[in-house]
Write a protein that binds this ligand. Sequence first.
Ligand code: ZN
Length: 80
Amino acid sequence: MFIKDFRGWRLENSRTVTDSCANCHNSGEHFVYVAPVGFQMGVIFSRKPLLGAKKYFLACPVCGHFSKELSREQALAMRR
Ligand SMILES: [Zn+2]
């Protein structure tokens, strides 16, 4: 699973976490990435904003690999 498959963004004002990437073996700071769920369907078939439909991941800054999925609570706890 890679960032280019999602239209998401980096969570602002969040801490990074030291983790190891299973894809490129970078063992450095991973950041919190927010990916809206059903983004394309929402845009094409609905004019309503997608509220609360987001997924959170820890992402590798080198290759964009998602090392793990975070719960909403875990992701928001990372905010400064
Ligand atoms: Zn990586």
